[in-house]
Ligand binder design. Sequence first.
Ligand code: AMP
Length: 643
Amino acid sequence: MPASHATDPTSPSTPYADFYRRSIDEREAFWAEQAQLIDWQQPFEQVCDARNPAFARWFVGGRTNLCHNAVDRHLAERAEQNALICVSSETGAERVYSYRELHAEVQRMAAILLDLGVRKGDRVLIYMPMIAEAAFAMLACVRIGVIHSVVFGGFASHALASRIDDARPALIVTADAGMRAGKVLPYQPLLDEALRLSQHPPKQVLMVNRGLAELHPVPGRDVDYAAARERCLHAQVPCEWLESSEPSYILYTSGTTGKPKGVQRDTGGYAVALAASMRHIYLGEPGQTFFATSDIGWVVGHSYIIYGPLLYGMATLMYEGLPIRPDAGIWWQLVEKYRVSVMFSAPTAARVLKKQDPAYLSRYDLSSLKALFLAGEPLDEPTASWIGAAINKPIIDNYWQTETGWPILALCSGVEPTAVGKIGSPGRAVYGFDVRLIDELTGADITEPNHKGVLAIAGPLPPGCLQTVWGDDERYLKTYWSSIQGRSLYNTFDWGLRDAEGYTFILGRTDDVINVAGHRLGTREIEEAIASHPNVAEVAVVGRADALKGQVAMAFAVLKNPALAASAEQAREQEQALMQIVDAQLGAVARPARVCFVGTLPKTRSGKLLRRAMQAVCEGRDPGDLSTMDDPAVLQQIRDLLG
Ligand code: AMP
């Protein structure tokens, strides 16, 4: 059976079904066409080398550059058009850069990096708030063939240190502070601590001073960005032409171990995949404005704040702040002001807005806006209907992962404008993705509709997906390509279900990863942080469904000295102490909603932690078969604690 038959998103011939089939059955011709969406300094010799599907290489022999495609090549046609619009509702700053100005700023930043001795193939770690210099730094890195590793500015010192040690950057680019809800969040104390903890600290730090927090520059280590920029005002730095498979960046994501995985991305495949997705999925139009509300520390920030829109000749709006400050009209006011044509956000943001007066959402002229795309976590029907009605625009769900870099399941309205979604489903398999549903026990393809299975993808993955786990091919193969019974398929670690028309529904993760407000967190990382407290003997963290954030983390700890949490007040103090440890090591984003103290954790007789049973109890569900459980009374204690 040809690969595509297992995944045909629709049986009859529709424009999208034909497009999809071609992407799988005539892979080379299909992607050679899409590759025309970007410039190549040297044409590729082969579209896809898939001899080893897990390590497929796209556009072999072709030479290109992400920064050239995102910036330089637009100068001829749109030098004076908006490229980067930076708005902070926290500081009130608003800066707009045309393509010409962006080109100049990126070259200045590239010249600074080169002056500091950074060279092709080196890593630069970017630990930044949502300011223009973060975008300059990313684009400057890829311009000179330097691999960037952006670390979310909300992560704290341990999380930062583990990423420093894995990526071993030659330099860190950072700022004095971020700001959230009116509160200044100084970065230097976190960075100093991370550098102290790290085994491989870089020698230099480039500091952007926003004037928000006091800086204590370390002589010989810290370089002031403004002064360095002055020296490079007229810099001209040519693009370094990279072979298509040379890496562009590393982006860390959580897995089931405490050690984050560095998703490594190529150059040419990523550029083609993003440019094509702007056209076929995201309704992009060169010259228009794209507004993704994510953060550059996450994959949506990489793909759809920075690279996707710029590769496609659009202006991109980069926003620092909350969706409800100064009021819930702020995003929509920006849509009106900058004539935003496409918006991309997460369901959690829509749920936050749902708590506000809906009048804020209809106060502004949204006539430029074509649609609002939502991704990153399950989109529930009430939220989708509410926001759709409030802004009177199509709401388009799409499903993907840090690993893939662009959608696996979506509607592809750019190919078939009449395509309509189904409530609760992010859509059908996206062109290029040979999506399979797999029987968990046998590893066989599930072909009949409406059966739950593990969502997997047959190799090769389309262009733009992860090439490997940075520095660890073995972990890459073991984690992603060897975890499905007897098959070499890419495992998404999500449960799925497909109906007769190919619409796929996501039913949650198969592993211990949780998704809090669209942010992916490894429960193991949170456990490690809590376990580092001297009074914690053992801890388990599970995700609990939450009406606002999708999921929240719940921690259950066994104390070495339970007497320290004997009274309600002491227990509250212990709980606070453990939450603070998570804040200090990982960042507030990972803080559990509750830490409960238990006498023992629910385990099987062989000592395996029963996470799913704990999660079920947290959510008030039946924990299922407990015959292998050592002591079922433990679950009752958890039930009692949660009241
Ligand atoms: P991340 O790598 O942080 O983008 O997280 C990816 C995970 O988020 C996926 O494996 C899913 O579990 C979940 N996810 C992303 N988008 C969706 C969606 N549209 N519907 C349901 N779950 C989603």
